[in-house]
Design a binder for this molecule. Sequence first.
Ligand code: ATP
Ligand code: MG
Length: 692
Amino acid sequence: TTNHLRHVESMATMPSGAGNIPHLNAIVLGEALASEENDLIFPSDDFSRQAHVPSPRKYLEMYKRSIEDPAGFWSDIASSFYWKQKWGQQVYLENLDVRKGNIRIEWFKGGITNICYNCLDSNVEAGLGDKIALYWEGNEPGVDATLTYIQLLHNVCQLANYLKDIGVKKGDAVVVYLPMLMELPITMLACARIGAVHSVVFAGFSAESLAQRIVDCKPKVVITCNAVKRGSKVIHLKDIVDAALFESSQSGVSVDVCLTYENQSAMKKESTKWQEERDVWWQDVIPKYPTTCAVEWVDAEDPLFLLYTSGSTGKPKGVVHTTGGYMVYTATTFKYAFDYKPSDIYWCTADCGWITGHSYVTYGPLLNGASAVIFEGAPNYPNPGRCWDIVDKYQVTIFYTAPTLVRSLMRDSDEYVTRYSRKSLRVLGSVGEPINPSAWRWFFNLVGDSKCPISDTWWQTETGGFMITPLPGAWPQKPGSATFPFFGVQAVIVDEKGVEIEGECSGYLCVKSSWPGAFRTLYGDHERYETTYFKPFPGYYFSGDGCSRDKDGYHWLTGRVDDVINVSGHRIGTAEVESALVSHPQCAEAAVVGVEHEVKGQGIYAFVTLVEGVPYSEELRKSLILNVRKQIGAFAAPDKVHWAPGLPKTRSGKIMRRILRKIASRQLDELGDTSTLADPNVVEQLIALADV
Ligand code: ATP
Ligand code: MG
């Protein structure tokens, strides 16, 4: 309780100007929080004392400045980076309103820099040359490697020199299809060093998906490896690339070079299929190049990379990020949302094939001079304790993962967690989907021993970095809430008509002005960029997600607005019903969709995965439904519970509701594009259980 009082006190003495920020009014009042004591989890005094942002008051001070004077706020931060030449007079320029012409966002235009220089050279110059930049943990326990900042710089320079040698120039695209080897961040950084634009394709995508992306940006070179082992499975990546390159050549796009890393632990050189005139072994050429390479200086607004969204809702979108704003934004969000300190060991379980791997495996941590773990394998191999084994091995202090992983580990015995110490941990993080309060509590109580704040970071491929996120030393947390907007982010909730709603409310999550990490266009399709994100609510960036704000000003993501279910006039977010189901001790995972219902308009159809070893039964079905009735109300009770041995997920682990909707309404011949699905077999299993 002393903790609690300290926070309430600090809120009572909030600067009065903070009240001008409408959605923070409630929290400024303090009493609102005091009355909700039971829902709140406070950071310890010790944690807050050492934090970059130790109190709501400090947050408000900084947030207020970031909104009232974005140019000053961000240029102060940007000044700590290396710029060959400072940006022009105008720090940023924006038009987010389709009625006023084309959508345009620019930050630090005219500033000349290089993100690879800021990740590596700057840190080496600052004396961090011998600090470990990357700890690599292989698929098999005991197989590992490290790279210091100086070693990483040398490796990056060698590849950069090779790429220049084969004619890759500033602005050229490079397609990367690599698993989580050191060579993946090395490749991203080498591209950045010479001003080339990387397009990393998650090395789990099919040949068709890869071919589509190759045809889209027509690279001179594709970089891959021969194979990878994930768990006990060997995946022949080079065969997939061969097939993709054949397919793209049929569409008239031929690639000159396929640079292939020999991943010896998975497959030997000799057994790899080879095309002499096109394929080159990485190990044959790269080590011969010099370990220094002059940097290609680029404008802040020159493109850094191209990355497709996960494809949860339909055809993936080729998101384009530029250099300067992205650099400043990822570094700053990393520092504050994880309360990063130089002594931290950071591990993010995401693959570099997703935005999380771009911003928070590669760029954000390296820009901060951090030591980061990257992991090649599967989190449950050789057993479900692997993550905690890795945490202990490297003494990980910040652990960032996705709700899907948390839920899957919850299915197994807690003993897999408790047999490891996990004492080094101080901050946990979650991203990708709303985290159900029961998964949040398991993560917090068991994994973090009730002492590590959880940064539930809401953001998107499009946003480049965190948008709504706890600052771990500042905020009392509510399990399942992403809390408050990051500095400079004017997150607003609008109604159907696009009118902002204040106070306690629920609606469409939008952003009112630009932030440095915002995407600038969709590759080759600026019109789709405007139509998808800026036309639905003119004047705002529309996220596509639903959100509610409680009386204390906390934000709760309710899922994608396309997924909202309307039952007899009640608008129900999928996240809420799923959380009620998952809070049942025998339910491991749940996905809820709407189906047509004669009386109610829409009915609720729930797919439910049970905890390992629990049999299906009518009794259990009833007890699951009862959980929802009790927690939300009778109107939200599922009309149907469909047993699901597994759920269809994207390769980044998100539930694909559009496929579930088709199964629920038995439109089985209209499943649509399933190429981004991780395991297509799941669909057949689900269909087979439809009437059980
Ligand atoms: P597509 O746009 O192709 O359908 P996607 O939206 O899944 O794919 P991403 O950009 O990887 O692709 O994911 C962003 C989305 O993930 C967000 O819009 C949101 O729906 C969800 N999300 C991410 N983090 C969180 C979080 N902390 N809480 C709730 N939802 C989250
Ligand atoms: Mg999306």
